[in-house]
Design a protein around this ligand. Sequence first.
Ligand SMILES: Cc1cc2nc3c(=O)[nH]c(=O)nc-3n(C[C@H](O)[C@H](O)[C@H](O)COP(=O)(O)OP(=O)(O)OC[C@H]3O[C@@H](n4cnc5c(N)ncnc54)[C@H](O)[C@@H]3O)c2cc1C
Ligand code: FES
Length: 274
Amino acid sequence: MINAVSAWQGMAPLLARAAWAPGYWALDLHCPEVARTAVPGQFVHLRVAGPDLLLRRPISIHEVDGDRITLVVAVVGTGSQWLANRSEGEELDLIGPLGQRGLSFEPGARTVALVGGGVGIPPLHFLATRRPADGPRLVAFIGARSEARLLGLDNFAAQGCEVVVSTDDGSRGFLGTNVAALADYAKHTRIDQVLACGPTPMMRAAALWAIEHGIPSQVCLEARMGCGVGACLSCVVETRREGWDRYLRVCTEGPVFDGDNIVWETLSPMVKLD
Ligand SMILES: Cc1cc2nc3c(=O)[nH]c(=O)nc-3n(C[C@H](O)[C@H](O)[C@H](O)COP(=O)(O)OP(=O)(O)OC[C@H]3O[C@@H](n4cnc5c(N)ncnc54)[C@H](O)[C@@H]3O)c2cc1C
Ligand code: FES
């Protein structure tokens, strides 16, 4: 567990801004206070400006290099558009690192599947950069609807991961979802742990596959967040582990949870599961 009281609030200068993929922007921030303690899966909560933009926006940490943190922002609405439009030299008001539980490797795991897509790529990439020299072999199953929407392939390859690509339309790699690609791969190679970040239906499918095969899994959940620090309860998810509260907050008790602890049937009414 991470110490939740270590979160810092302040102004972080934007060092660089670059197009990362169509509709995605990479923002490099000078933020030693966050860089020092951040672990994969944690996020920062960024103030955005403009009419009707009251709430901060949660964004995962993609990479840490010295005093610099890199975020990858997908433009989906006005808040993310505002973030993507910032210019070098501007300062962003952020709180972080937030989240009490990050992604971690299962002790003794030899081959770990990273199952990712969309804005789930950053936490998995950050984890890949933190693989210990004697750590598990990482296989990144990266999926998208079509080739043009695939993200982060070079980033994972640069970290020494084997990259298995899948597309729903078969335009590149395995034809089907990345969870189907994982199931296919597991026919010939033993998988010891599954770590999934991305759209909720993808994480649910990865967690259910892992449960079916008796493999431990972790998922990095996304939820609509109000405060980001445990006060407003807007981000609760239903869990089923004995001895825990039934409803846990993604911002403070998560964002990482064991896949078999989530009640997937009730997760996020925003998302259609099938
Ligand atoms: C822990 C965590 C980590 C995240 N990491 C990243 C990241 O690394 N990069 C990134 O681009 N985004 C990330 N997100 C999602 C990001 O916070 C939202 O996309 C952003 O807040 C949208 O703000 P907006 O004003 O642009 O969109 P809005 O106008 O608020 O919404 C636009 C659309 O996006 C949907 N949406 C908004 N917020 C969320 C959310 N939290 N979960 C699911 N759907 C949402 C809305 O339902 C709506 O359809 C993360 C979210 C969480 C909770
Ligand atoms: S966002 Fe307020 S409790 Fe989680």
